[in-house]
Ligand binder design. Structure first.
Ligand SMILES: Nc1ncnc2c1ncn2[C@@H]1O[C@H](COP(=O)(O)OP(=O)(O)OP(=O)(O)O)[C@@H](O)[C@H]1O
Length: 614
């Protein structure tokens, strides 16, 4: 119990410290507004007691009015200040909360993006920690740190109000303090335990919520929407979504019901303080040992004291936000190690800087690799050399590990064994950033950003229109560009005003433009994973011809299942069983009559049967 109270106190301090992100003016204004609002009940109690005592002792007529004038004016002042405090608190709270939340989201983004590899992001634990750290209030009892931080400040203000109520009570009947404080404190602790129980139960439901999230997104996504409608999946999907939500919420309902059934306990605790206090003061007033004024003060201050200490609203917000803090700590524990290994801790990779020097010599030396959690090794003691300026093609059957090879080359995963060297230096977390400024990669599952055509190519860097136009020409994108209503500035998303969507092949040309632009602005190794899979044969031929013009100045690694394209490469390697099993020119490999020759022959026969000439 002491540890959990200690942890909760440390978390609350952390939340309060986060309020600095709201800025000094907002924080000061908000704290003052809360303080005004929270001492109003105690001040009201004191002023009411003054009013009653004046009326009690004054005579009738004008004297009565004179006696009531000052307390009434004070009463009006207290009400006005209390109202001003409440009115200012709402917008300032919104501002403070959103600034704290904004800063937290930026911190999470930095942490997630600081690590050079993506392997950790694929684990359910990290995804759960990211969701936990964000603290989406739409999910169960999760709360954002901003909500928790303002609730922690409201709680402090409530405590200030409680102290003020204690001062009022002590002025009339000090012995009432322990009578009211002990049960109110116990009630507060009970509410805190309830909040913890709700949050701990919710954590167990997290995996179910993750499944539910996937289906929730599928329902509103236009791409999944096609499948859902065409295959008539709507009913099935909604039932599945509902089942995940039910399973996630079932334990939570149980805890909530238990709390609701136990509501007699807080009532008992509050009554245990208030009933004896009110009885004693009333008895004392009736028997002339104290005045009606004392009774008034005790009634008002006693109630506000119990309210301030025993209410559970803020505690639920705070315990919900504590989970967000714990989620962030878990995330830092998992991702922080790799991020911390970077030269500039916390700094994100900057947009591409032109790199000096010529194309690199890259070596895979006895590289082994298996995906985290994967049962089998995808690459097994693989040796491969990418020579400066060559056009190297990598071929292999589906699932052979070609894309995996590219991900390792890009530093997105680290080899499980062996090493990758660039001009003799091993590729590590430290030099991955500078290595990436030397490479340009087109992934098979490239990203279609909802940005303008130009921004989709340069991605954060300054535009160089001449280089953009040349890259578009090389990638065969120029004719598509000419038809875009606003040229390079056209948004590539139909959901945006004036936006258009591109066909699969046109997107591929745009992404090729992205890679070729990078080459024109300094990249020395171009890596293309199935870059022409969506292109028609004529466009593919033209693109390959342009690509080949870059060889010498830039090394090119090309993965393709279209062997008619691949045959023009300087060298072809066959990936099979996690290793490079064949290497040579098209003619050499055909003469050898091995795996490559088989693949090529099968493809050539298929094309011949279909009447397609190369
Ligand atoms: N992120 C991942 N997590 C776990 N396993 C993965 C992941 N990505 C790929 N794999 C597995 O690694 C193996 C190699 O996949 P990879 O995508 O590298 O093959 P490929 O040669 O590029 O195939 P294709 O020609 O079909 O594109 C496959 O068995 C695949 O299931």
């Amino acid at each position: 119990m002491i540890t959990s109270i200690g942890t909760a106190a440390a978390r609350r301090l952390q939340l309060l410290r986060m309020l600095r992100e709201a800025g000094p003016a907002v924080l000061l204004g908000y704290a003052s507004a809360l303080l005004l609002g929270s001492v109003t009940p105690a001040a009201t109690a004191a002023v009411l007691a003054l009013l009653v005592s004046r009326l009690d002792t004054a005579a009738t007529g004008s004297t009565l009015f004179d006696a009531a004038l000052l307390p009434l004016a004070l009463f009006g002042g207290v009400l006005l200040l209390g109202h001003l405090g409440d009115a200012a608190a709402t917008p300032l709270e919104y501002l403070a909360r959103s600034r704290v939340d904004g800063a937290q989201r930026a911190r999470i983004a930095r942490l997630v993006l600081a690590g050079p590899t993506v392997g950790a992001l694929e684990t359910p634990e990290v995804q759960a920690a990211v969701r936990g750290a964000i603290g989406d209030p739409d999910r169960g009892p999760d709360r954002t740190v901003g909500l928790g931080a303002v609730a922690a400040l409201r709680r402090l203000a409530a405590l200030a109000g409680a102290v003020a109520s204690c001062a009022v009570l002590a002025g009339y009947a000090w012995w009432l303090l322990p009578v009211l404080l002990v049960p109110a404190g116990a009630c507060g602790y009970l509410r805190f335990r309830q909040g913890v129980a709700v949050n701990e139960t919710w954590r167990f439901a997290d995996r179910e919520e993750l499944h539910a999230d996937v289906w929730r997104q599928a329902v509103v996504s236009p791409s999944e929407g096609k499948d859902i409608r065409v295959f008539g999946l709507a009913d099935w999907l909604v039932r599945r979504l509902q089942r995940h939500i039910d399973v996630a919420n079932a334990p939570l309902w149980t805890v909530m019901l238990r709390i609701a059934r136990g509501e007699w306990l807080p009532l008992l605790l509050v009554s245990a303080g208030l009933v004896p206090a009110y009885t004693a003061v009333t008895w004392s007033a009736v028997h002339g040992h104290s005045t009606v004024a004392v009774q008034t003060a005790v009634l008002a201050a006693g109630w506000s004291l119990v309210q301030a200490l025993g209410s559970g609203g803020e505690l639920l917000q705070i315990t919900g936000a504590n989970s967000a803090l714990a989620g962030y700590d878990r995330l830092r524990g998992t991702l922080g190690g790799e991020a911390a290994a970077l030269p500039d801790r916390g700094a994100l990779p900057s947009p591409r800087q032109p790199a000096g020097g010529g194309p690199p010599l890259v070596r895979f030396e006895q590289v082994g690799f298996g995906y985290p959690g994967g049962a089998r090794a995808v690459l097994d003691r693989l040796d491969l050399e990418i020579r400066p300026g060559e056009l190297l093609a990598v071929v292999g059957l589906n699932g052979a590990g070609k894309s995996t090879l590219i991900k390792l080359l890009s530093g997105l995963y680290r080899p499980t064994s062996g090493r990758i060297t660039v001009d003799g230096a091993e590729l590590t977390a430290r030099n991955t950033g500078s290595w990436r400024s030397r490479i340009a990669v087109v992934f098979q599952d490239f990203v279609r950003y909802q940005l303008s055509a130009a921004d989709n190519v340069v991605l954060g860097a300054a535009h160089d229109r001449a280089a953009l136009d040349l890259a578009a020409r090389d990638a065969g994108f120029a004719p598509v560009l000419a038809r875009l209503p606003d040229g390079w500035d056209t948004p590539l998303a139909r959901s945006r005003t004036g936006g258009v969507d591109l066909s699969g092949g046109q997107w591929q040309q745009l992404v090729l433009t992205r890679a070729l632009y990078a080459v024109r602005t300094g990249a020395q190794l171009l890596v293309l994973d199935e870059p022409t899979a969506h292109l028609d044969v004529r466009t593919e031929f033209e693109v390959f011809r342009r690509l080949a013009e870059h060889r010498g100045r830039t090394s090119v690694v090309l993965i393709s299942h279209r062997l008619s394209t691949v045959r023009r490469a300087d060298r072809i390697v066959l990936l099979d069983g996690g290793r490079i099993t064949e290497s040579g020119t098209h003619e050499e490999l055909m003469a050898r009559g091995g795996g490559y020759a088989d693949l090529f022959t099968v493809q050539a026969e298929r094309f011949a049967a279909a009447g397609v000439t190369e």
